[in-house]
Design a binder for this molecule. Sequence first.
Ligand code: NAG
Ligand code: NAG
Ligand code: NAG
Length: 308
Amino acid sequence: MKTTTLLASFFTAALVSARPGRQRAEYPWTPALAGYYEKVALHIQEAKSSGQTPGSCDLAGAAPPIAPAPLPTPDGLVLAHVAVGRGVQNYTCTSNAADVKPVAAGALAHLYNASCMAASYPDLLSLMPDLALQYPLENPGIPDDSSSDGGYTTTSNNLLSVYASGDPSDGALSGHHFFDAKTPVFELNSSPTGPSTHLGVVRGKANRNSTAPASSCPGVGWQGNGAVAWLYLDATPESQTTDVKFDGVNPGVAAGAEEGWKHIYRVNTAGGMPPKTCAEAGLDVGGGVISVQYAANYWYYKGAPGSS
Ligand SMILES: *[C@@H]1O[C@H](CO)[C@@H](O)[C@H](O)[C@H]1NC(C)=O
Ligand SMILES: *[C@@H]1O[C@H](CO)[C@@H](O)[C@H](O)[C@H]1NC(C)=O
Ligand SMILES: *[C@@H]1O[C@H](CO)[C@@H](O)[C@H](O)[C@H]1NC(C)=O
């Protein structure tokens, strides 16, 4: 794909409404958006003067950014997917008292394919969560098409790429993030090119974390309680590397196998932190659930064949 097409996809897609036929959303000017434009312009200049068309989707040389308290590095692992997540972090409050703190209670997000951007334009990728968070979120993280496959194959909630020309997978929905009881789940079976490119289901377990950089976007409209931690998760042996719903039985790579899913990083977070106390959450005396909008980049790693 040509550099300019790839850039234009992400550029316009960040600005337009999620569904065809809908009016373009007013997109507020922010320093992040201005910074993004500047970087896009630079890349277009570079591409013009070099006459080259990088636009590579080869993930071999890509690496996640280093966290303020560095997380383990993905040495010897194979980067298989990078996604921008956009949705909500949920918290529960048992009352609205000032001495009660919100407790993390899962998350829901749409995941958008950013693999090509990670390979070619990591500087732009690092800004995507800030931009995605400012983009109006309807129906946070919830699949809106229940007509097929439990709502998990829809491409209608396509934040980043409805208007993208060129490869339909750039910025397209690639999956859904949700919780199964206390387990974070990443179902990567939404690729618009069909089950042959589905990546299965990654189930995570917290391993390490780092507070987000102080300069992170604290929330929608650049206001909020801060950006959630950057995370390093282990993939559990229950993870699958193919779409089991598609091929029925074959989990792709046997649970725990060396080429199976190994680790997930959540980095470049924006928003998602709850208020410090439940008194600030605007709940009644009995408490309830708070959903705080967030966005982040997710990096998904498999083991290398013949490793272990
Ligand atoms: C999170 O909150 C949303 C509403 O914003 C709700 O639909 C969803 O069920 C909640 N999920 C969990 C795991 O609590
Ligand atoms: C992500 O996009 C790339 C490039 O178009 C494509 O090859 C890949 O299959 C996509 N991955 C998913 C999980 O949708
Ligand atoms: C980060 O790790 C510490 C130490 O294991 C843990 O106490 C804390 O709950 C973790 N925070 C998050 C947000 O995962």
